[in-house]
Design a protein. Structure first.
Length: 752
């Protein structure tokens, strides 16, 4: 489990209870924000705030009212009242046959133990231990797992969340009621966990021993002295052989095996070579995992506790490993379910054929068996990026300048095309036709692996028309996908329909495939996507069927100096505007990209802006942006980025998808680099690899930003014919100049 995952689980609970609550009292509360979460005055400041909110707090939804009131009472240190409020909430939910929530149960246990401590002078440790032992053993495996999933979360993750909330409100003298309640919940998460967190490991282990058969050190031999390390967890409540769910990963993933066992499967987590006790052996990502995962699947099928059927699952790297195994078609593999799956050579370490510095960082951190402590300081890595950028050295020197050599990074750089090195890792072209098993793929439109997920989906359906491959995609970011459901995304409120527990949905889908249960209703078609702004899910048989028309808009050079026009009538084919990029200029080394998909101001970097007329009616944008660039440039290549926004009538800019970045010389083929023609007018067709799905309001405009990549966190393409990783500022003596002609256009997929 990641360091922040349990914190995120609690904040699901927090956000759900607070963000969607209508403000029934226009009350504001003075609050002087503490500097740090661990300061001595924080508890008193939060107690004072909670005490002032309680008398005026109102809420029509009784369950939400009781939950929020209990949080206020706990922070105000009225523990007896809080315990009573929690009991009232629990009684209401039991009478309505609401399933117990493990996260809420922890708050119940905390309130009960604090009340006993205050009333009977019983030490908190004793009271919480007694309450835990009286409550959790009575729960089902699945419900108990929701309680014990917190184990191992460092207190620092909760402190960090509280400090971020302090930073957000620091400039405010007063807080609205919703803000105050949210702050109270954020503090309660921190305060509660620092009280009961140290107790959970022993209590949870005690409960696990009662429920599961756990083998933490399984060795699966692979020959030549190589063994795959695995963890196996099985429920004691089932004696018959079970289907197994396998995660094959490069990361620590202990709790996922227990989650599988809690849902009635044999849970297996296996680790790529070099992980988990193989001494100093280096980890080599991607290259052996297909064969190794296939061997693990065969080993599982031969165990007495296995019924011979295996499903593979997992996020990012484990999602890749599932496809790597599927390439070999082991007969025991019956289904795969991926979450934000990596596709090596497609979306990592390069996307659009442009290498990312994050891939070098990932390689350095993850390709040695032992690295203690891990070198994962964000600020330090950003400074390494900037130092390389300022130096003007070739991209291949990045690790040398950082004084952190990486052999695997250079191995990747040696394969800038999608050549045989990458093709052997996952299915390629006709190999997709052999994959007959059901596939569930889940991704987020603001997730870093959306491109890989869509690659697998489109290629599988291209080469196997009847592929049983289902896609679910919502407006999720990486943390939401990997850490759990949330009512916020990148700091903004998400549509309520997007508040899904994707892991539970995955188990429901496995139950359908492997146990004959009903198929989850949300997965009713091949493509299941959230329409942001409409607060609904739609379903379509193909990506193309998401839309039933398109809006063709031409790039018109007329307009102001910084805002040109997007028009439906083709402008003169001879009109053009020019961009000039000086790659030798490194004064912008401190720049970092904006993360928020919604902003007051449009940040434009080495780009030009085109704006449409206001929309006259609601317009649903759904699908992949495509178009054609009509241009002339003075070099042989360029790295292009294209970003489409909705500009609302009120002025806010909403990014409809992450920027589509691609190397022009690979636009027509990932496999072969085809250089451009310097000094000649030419056309280049493109199709984005990131989905859009949003309902646009009347009065909104479409805003296109078209530009050239030149960033401290990317490989830099200076436009010459040699390998891009070998190019340097010495190749930047002549600035890149590109003329965008009026024949350029975009096609925006719409649903009318």
């Amino acid at each position: 489990m990641s360091n922040t995952r349990a914190a995120a689980i609690l904040f699901v609970f927090v956000w759900t209870l607070t963000l969607w609550a209508p403000a029934t009292v226009a009350q504001e509360f003075e609050f002087h924000t503490p500097a740090r979460a661990l300061e001595a005055n924080v508890a008193d400041a939060m107690r004072d705030l909670a005490a002032r909110v309680i008398p005026v707090y109102k809420e029509q939804d009784q369950d939400r009212y009781l939950a929020n009131l209990s949080a206020l009472q706990l922070v105000a240190r009225d523990y007896t009242a809080a315990d009573g409020t929690r009991r009232s909430l629990r009684d209401r939910q039991q009478s309505a046959s609401v399933r117990p929530d493990g996260r809420a149960l922890l708050i119940d246990l905390y309130a009960q133990a604090k009340a006993v401590e205050a009333r009977d002078k019983v030490p908190f440790v004793q009271g919480f231990t007694k309450a835990f032992r009286e409550t959790v053993p009575k729960l089902s495996d699945r419900d108990a797992y929701a309680v014990t999933a917190w184990i191992g979360t460092p207190l620092a993750s909760f402190a960090e969340a509280l400090e971020k909330e302090f930073d957000r409100i620091r400039d405010k003298a007063k807080l609205g009621q919703a803000e105050a309640i949210h702050l109270v919940w954020t503090y309660l998460a921190f305060d509660a966990y620092r009280n009961f967190g140290p107790l959970l490991e022993s209590l949870g282990s005690e409960d696990d021993r009662r429920r599961y058969v756990i083998d933490d050190d399984v060795l699966i031999p692979r020959g030549s002295g190589v063994a795959i390390h695995a963890r196996v967890v099985r429920p004691k409540s089932v004696s018959a052989p079970l289907p197994a769910l396998l995660e094959f990963t490069i990361f620590d993933s202990d709790n996922d095996a227990k989650a599988c066992a809690a849902h009635g499967y044999a849970g297996v987590v296996a680790y790529t070579r070099g992980r988990r006790g193989q001494g100093s052996d280096a980890v080599v990502p991607f290259e052996h995992d297909g064969e190794d995962a296939t061997a693990v699947i065969e080993w599982i099928s031969q165990q007495p506790w296995s019924d011979g059927r295996v499903g593979m699952y997992g996020g990012t790297y484990a999602g890749f490993a599932a496809w790597a195994a599927a390439k070999h078609s082991p007969p025991e593999l019956k289904a795969i379910a991926t979450l934000d799956a990596m596709a090596p050579g497609i979306d990592f370490p390069a996307e659009g054929r442009i290498f990312r510095n994050t891939a070098y960082r990932w390689a350095y951190i993850n390709t040695q068996a032992q690295r203690d402590p891990p070198d994962d300081d964000d600020a330090a890595w950003r400074e390494r990026n900037r130092a390389w950028y300022r130096s003007g050295k070739p991209y291949a020197d990045l690790d040398r300048l950082a004084k952190k050599p990486s052999e695997i990074f250079h191995r990747w750089l040696a394969h800038p095309s999608y050549d045989g090195y990458w093709q052997k890792m996952v299915p390629f072209q006709e190999q997709f036709a052999k994959i007959e098993i059901p596939v569930l793929a889940m991704a987020g439109r603001y997730g870093s692996r959306e491109v890989g997920t869509l690659y697998y989906f489109t290629q599988h359906h291209r080469y196997r028309k009847d592929a049983d491959h289902t896609l679910l995609i919502g407006a999720y970011d990486d943390s939401t996908l990997l850490d759990g459901p949330s009512a916020v995304m990148l700091g903004r409120a998400a549509d309520p329909v997007a508040h899904l527990d994707l892991r539970e949905l995955r188990f429901q889908w496995f139950d359908h495939v492997l146990k004959g249960a009903a198929k989850p209703a949300l997965l009713s078609d091949r493509v299941n996507y959230e329409v942001v702004g409409a607060n609904e899910w739609r379903h379509a048989p193909t990506l193309e069927a998401m839309s039933n028309g398109s809006l063709k808009l031409y790039l018109d050079a007329t307009g102001s100096a910084d805002r040109h026009r997007l028009v439906q009538t083709p402008p003169s084919a001879t009109e053009w505007l020019e961009q000039s990029i000086n790659f030798a200029d490194r004064a912008d080394a401190g720049w970092s990209p904006p993360r928020d998909p919604i902003s007051k101001n449009l940040v434009v970097r080495n780009g030009v802006v085109f704006v449409s007329e206001p929309l006259h009616q609601p317009t649903e944008v759904a699908g992949l942006l495509s178009g054609q660039l009509d241009f002339e440039l003075n070099k042989r290549d360029m790295d292009v980025y294209i970003t489409l926004y909705e500009q609302r009538a009120g002025g806010d800019y909403v990014r409809l998808a992450d920027p589509y970045e691609f190397r022009a010389s690979y636009a027509s083929s990932r496999v072969e680099r085809r250089m451009l023609r310097a000094g000649e007018r030419q056309q280049l067709s493109f199709k984005s690899e990131q989905l859009m799905s949003r309902r646009l309001d009347p009065g909104s405009r479409l805003v296109l930003v078209l530009g050239i990549d030149k960033r401290p966190d990317r490989e830099i393409n200076y436009g010459v014919a040699k390998a891009v990783s070998e190019q340097s500022v010495a190749d930047a003596k002549v600035p890149l100049k590109v003329q965008w002609f009026g024949g350029s256009y975009i096609e925006v997929p719409v649903r009318r």
